[in-house]
Design a protein around this ligand. Structure first.
Ligand code: NI
Length: 187
């Protein structure tokens, strides 16, 4: 099985509302998941939604190493093991939203400051049809909100409240020094 190309912003298939999965244990879903894994690993992401490889089904996968969670300010962690989330539903636990940096395999080379709920509950089923019901905060919550947005045809730049904070990775360093000056922080 070969990695599939990830669809990029502008592709109409990223805009579609994904269909609910009737049987999460069906062979076609198992195949889809294998394809998503390979494609996500090849592209080097922490999460992928099925529409990003052109399949309009409510399926996302994510896995975040502990080191990355720590780097994102979530404190010491063993990381999030690979999670398959099918037919997800998100409920914010707290109203508070925080800005944090996000990238997207469908918006390659760029990063943006995106407001997200800090604490959420997400529900759904996994690839065995087992119920998932998890409370998440910080970067974990951010990743889930980002991936589930793909199922509603929403890309992270559309969640941004200030597009001046949409930055090419190559300009990140210059941006951050100017940003720290703007916000009066030293760093
Ligand atoms: Ni994305």
């Amino acid at each position: 099985m070969k990695a599939l190309p990830i669809l990029k912003m502008g592709n109409p298939r990223l805009r579609v509302t994904a269909a609910e999965v009737v049987d999460p244990t069906a062979p076609e879903i198992r195949e889809l998941l294998a394809q998503m894994r390979i494609s996500m690993e090849a592209a080097g992401g922490v999460g992928l939604a099925a529409p990003q490889i052109g399949v309009s089904k409510q399926v996302v996968i994510f896995s975040v190493p502990g080191a990355r969670l720590e780097q994102e300010g979530d404190g010491p962690s063993d990381g999030i093991p690979e999670t398959v989330l099918i037919n997800p539903k998100i409920t914010p636990i707290e109203e508070e939203q925080r800005l944090g940096w996000e990238g997207c395999l469908s918006v390659p080379g760029m990063r943006g400051l995106v407001p997200r709920y800090q604490k959420i509950r997400y529900e759904g089923v996994d690839q065995f049809g087992e119920k998932i019901d998890v409370e998440a905060s910080g970067f974990h919550a951010r990743v889930v909100q980002h991936e589930v947005d793909h199922l509603d045809g929403i890309l992270c730049p559309e969640r941004m409240t200030d597009l001046r904070h949409l930055v090419y990775e190559s300009e990140m360093e210059d941006f951050m020094s100017a940003f720290d000056e703007m916000s009066g922080q030293k760093g």
